[in-house]
Design a protein. Structure first.
Length: 163
């Protein structure tokens, strides 16, 4: 039995999921379902992982398997790969900013249209059509069918356009 960083990480995950499930026991049944349905299997899997890590069991890796560690691809120039990663993180940060400023129902179509049109280089018709279809699916499922309340964005609140 050897205590490694992987074993410590697995142990922390086990503790997290145990607390996650334990804290939910006092909640009403509907609220308790999610932590229990997700947390109970995770407690079991984390426990198994702790045992495997403590025993020093390593997964078999074939020569053609890609490691999970962060690395740039070998076929693309590292400068190009770094540029692409920066562009993707910029889009993600932009999406987060749109959500904070305008809320989900407005941020989703704005982001989707901008990404399709400017990053993807799609035509105006295709970008607009796909954005409308995606927004109808999002709004119909999450807002109308599931009636999930999405918080208003800061701009909407400042302008007093709250629904």
């Amino acid at each position: 039995m050897k205590i490694t960083p992987a074993a410590l990480f697995s142990f922390c995950a086990l503790i997290f999921f145990c607390v996650f499930v334990y804290l939910a026991q006092e909640w009403r049944l509907q609220a308790r379902l999610y932590p229990w349905v997700i947390g109970a299997p995770m407690v079991i899997l984390a426990f198994v992982q702790v045992i495997l890590d403590l025993k020093g069991v390593k997964p078999k890796q074939t020569d053609d398997a890609t490691p999970v560690d962060f690395q740039f691809t070998k076929e693309i120039d590292p400068a190009t790969a770094k540029k692409r990663a920066i562009i993707m993180f910029t889009w993600l940060i932009g999406f987060f900013v749109l959500i904070v400023l305008f809320g989900f129902p407005i941020a989703i179509p704005l982001m989707m249209f901008a990404y399709l049109k400017f990053q993807g280089g799609e035509s105006w018709v295709l970008s607009t059509t796909l954005t409308i279809v995606a927004w109808i699916c999002f709004y119909g499922l999450f807002v109308k069918l599931l009636t999930l309340p999405f918080p208003e964005g800061m701009v909407i609140t400042w302008l007093g356009w709250n629904a």
